[in-house]
Ligand binder design. Structure first.
Ligand code: CP
Length: 452
């Protein structure tokens, strides 16, 4: 195996993903017969946030492999409630188990755990960041139902801002070069750092439909399909400010979608300012009437679950409804990935992990991650030094290694000379990465003892 941990979907080389699906197929047989291959192995499930599917399917997967599971019934009764760090928790649990599964509200928490133990760690969802095993279930479902992944069009709908499942899925789909259409709820658009990663790492830019156009589009779906060329109907989508000619493209886009991936509003992740309705909690419901549109004859309706009211119960028996199948496939998929990381299985043609080409910037002084939900801004025990990938030297762009948020420091210090410069200064390019100290303001640089 080319990776010790599974923290983000990027950890798995694209070529290995299809092999993991073949292994999941084999695991369907193991479920019937049992293999005992993880006999004597222990999985620790550390869930600091609620879960039904991810936790129970991981635990079922481990039992199906013949292994055991240890856990705490509730994170509130673990020593984290006494102030123990994620690092210490992982270090200790790493002595009790052979693999750790972590879910945590802070973005990057699973990486901290992985950095502090020698045993494999799987990210079972870290805040609004990533949920890579859900993406494996989603891609596996596309493959099973459509017979292929390449060449498909997938619309990501709903809370694209806080939905960790759509972030991992967007990267996963971009890896395969699928056509991705973003249809966000109002105020819940795909974050810029996710779009920047898609652009920078995969040279991929999804089609984006503005929330208000999406609303018309979804609510008037019949109109869109039946007579897409009539001018009075096209005016539904007219938007002078649109980046793309919405009135034509949206109509064409909606008639070619292979899967509609719907997500719930992640209210628990709203910032204080959004709680009163800054981000709209509602968007069109996918129901029987919606699916009558002939455009959606072959369209799969997917959802990571849990749903609230964005998918009506009246389509549960519809053969296009995939959400319970996605959830069921969590067991063979998580058996496959657990067996791989435990070393009881290997991939035949395993590709080496594409190592990040970016230099690391790590410094206890100067810039910190600006994301208030990042583990690096929340873990207060003092061991965690902010760390970034240096995406670009000029202009200076850094990406937090924990949560993926982008920062653009305004001032650049040279720790050798003790001088600092504005980021646009031509002098910046002469400062080697190891001497860089980055600041958000002059005041910060002055306080750190640097001179202009
Ligand atoms: N899809 C998913 O992560 O579900 P749970 O929150 O129930 O684990």
């Amino acid at each position: 195996m080319s990776f010790k941990d599974l923290l983000g979907i990027d950890d798995i080389p694209t070529e290995d993903i299809e092999e993991i699906f073949s292994l999941a197929d084999e695991m369907l047989e193991v479920i019937k017969t049992g293999s005992g291959e993880a006999n004597n192995k222990i999985m620790a499930t550390l869930f600091f946030e609620p879960s039904t599917r991810t936790r129970l399917s991981f635990e079922a997967a481990m039992h199906r492999l013949g292994g055991d599971v240890i856990s705490f019934a509730d994170a509130k009764i673990s020593s984290v409630a006494k102030g123990e760090s994620i690092a210490d928790t992982a270090r200790v649990v790493g002595e009790y188990a052979d693999i750790i599964i972590v879910r945590h509200p802070w973005e990057g928490a699973a990486k901290i755990a992985a950095d502090h133990t020698d045993i494999p760690v799987i990210n079972a969802g870290d805040g609004g960041h990533e949920h890579p095993t859900q993406t494996l279930c989603d891609l596996y479902t596309l493959k099973k139902e459509k017979g292929k992944i390449e060449g498909l069009s997938v619309a990501l709908c709903g809370d694209l801002k806080y939905g960790r499942t759509v972030h991992s899925l967007a990267y996963g789909l971009a890896k395969f070069g699928l056509n991705i259409i973003c249809i966000p709820g109002e105020g819940l658009e795909m974050p810029s750092h996710v779009l920047e990663k898609m652009e920078g790492d995969y040279n991929y830019s999804p089609t984006r439909i503005k929330p208000r156009d999406a609303k018309s589009l979804m609510e008037e779906a019949d109109v869109v399909y039946i007579t897409p060329s009539k001018s009075h109907q096209l005016s539904l989508f007219t938007d002078k400010d649109a980046d793309i000619p919405i009135e034509r493209d949206a109509t064409q886009i909606m008639s070619k979608i292979d899967a509609l991936y719907v997500t719930r509003v992640q209210k628990e992740r709203f910032a204080k300012s959004e709680e009163g309705g800054g981000a709209k909690a509602r968007y069109p419901v996918v129901n029987k009437n919606f699916l009558k549109n002939a455009s959606f004859k072959e369209t799969l309706v997917m959802h990571p679950l849990p749903r609230i009211d964005e998918i009506s119960y009246d389509i549960d028996e519809d053969p296009r409804s995939m959400y319970f199948r996605q959830a069921a496939r969590g067991v063979p998929i998580r058996m496959a990935i657990s067996a791989l990381l435990l070393g009881t299985r290997t991939l035949k043609g395993s590709s080496p992990k594409k190592t990040d080409n970016y230099e690391i910037y790590k410094n206890s002084r100067g810039v910190k991650c600006s994301n208030e939900k990042c583990v690096s801004t929340n873990e207060t025990q003092g061991y965690l030094i902010p760390e970034f990938h240096l995406i670009s030297h000029q202009p200076l762009v850094l990406r937090c290694v924990y949560c993926g948020h982008i920062i653009r420091p305004q001032y650049v210090g040279n720790s050798k000379s003790g001088k600092y410069f504005h980021f646009a200064s031509s002098r910046v390019k002469w400062i080697g990465a190891k001497n860089l100290t980055l600041f958000n303001s002059r005041e910060e640089a002055d306080q750190a003892g640097f001179h202009p």
